[in-house]
Design a protein around this ligand. Structure first.
Ligand SMILES: [Zn+2]
Ligand SMILES: [Zn+2]
Length: 257
């Protein structure tokens, strides 16, 4: 076995009873990476019986509140639990300054935290090595392009990068779509074999999911970032089309790779 993946949350941006925004842990022998730290991330981990200081590194796909709005509160919990080991936070290189700034403005100052935070900027299509046996490649999705289309003058200091990730756990590939805007975004990593695909279900429809199964041919397709209404709609269509190989991931679920 190369590692395990545990869903800390599977909900969309909508707050729903008893569920948390989409995030998951990628665990290998070398360490634990949390992917996404949206609003309520510290509580979501707590719900799953996981301590904040089990996490060695955090990767954030983009900065909507359901993906990064809980980062500061989670770092605060790490500090209150007497963390001494360094923490790495991966974000797009154009967002490194903003992440530093939001931590500093919440008084998460390195000199008083008691541990070191390294905010590491990634570039699309460039491999990031997290630990021995775990690396990831980010690729740009068009999820945030609507903000660019909505204005002639992009707000200078705001980055509009949303990433999808391909994780390599040893010889196993896991694709996480992050948030997307089109069917094309679901196929960003269709150029290589995919053992498991974690696909968001809020910004795409059942037809896009069925097409992804046919084109990307993942060994396993798990849906995340779904609201109860999304689930009803998508499930109805999957049943109509008799599609067998799709799973709705649930908060707390673990898969082994
Ligand atoms: Zn989202
Ligand atoms: Zn988003």
């Amino acid at each position: 076995m190369n590692g395990a993946l545990t869903f800390v949350g599977t909900a969309s941006a909508l707050v729903e009873p008893g569920r948390f925004h989409t995030s998951f842990l990628v665990e290998t022998r070398e360490g634990t990476l949390l992917v996404e730290a949206g609003d309520g991330a510290a509580r979501a981990l707590n719900r799953q019986g996981r301590a904040p200081n089990e996490i060695d590194a955090i990767a954030i796909s983009h900065h909507h509140a359901d993906h990064s709005g809980g980062l500061t509160a989670l770092v605060n919990q790490m500090s209150m639990a007497d963390r001494a080991t360094p923490l790495s936070v991966y974000t797009h290189e154009e967002d490194v300054g903003a992440v530093h700034d939001s931590l500093r403005r919440s008084y998460m100052l390195e000199e008083s935290l008691g541990f070191e935070i390294e905010v590491v900027g990634f570039r699309h299509d460039a491999l990031v090595r997290v630990f021995d046996g775990l690396s990831f490649t980010p690729r740009r999705s068009s999820h945030l392009d609507r903000y660019l289309r909505a204005t002639d003058e992009p707000h200078g200091d705001i980055s509009y990068h949303a990433a999808s990730f391909r994780f390599a756990l040893g010889d196993r590939n896991v694709v996480y779509t992050g948030d997307v805007a089109s069917r094309e975004d679901l196929l960003l990593f269709a150029d290589a074999p995919i053992d498991a695909m974690i696909c968001e279900a809020a910004h795409v429809g059942a037809a896009d999911i069925i097409a992804t199964l046919a084109e990307a041919r993942p060994g396993r397709l798990l849906l995340v970032h779904w609201s109860l209404a999304d689930r009803r709609e998508v499930l109805g269509r999957l049943l109509d089309e008799n599609v067998p190989a799709v799973e709705f991931a649930a908060d707390g679920q673990t898969i082994f790779l």
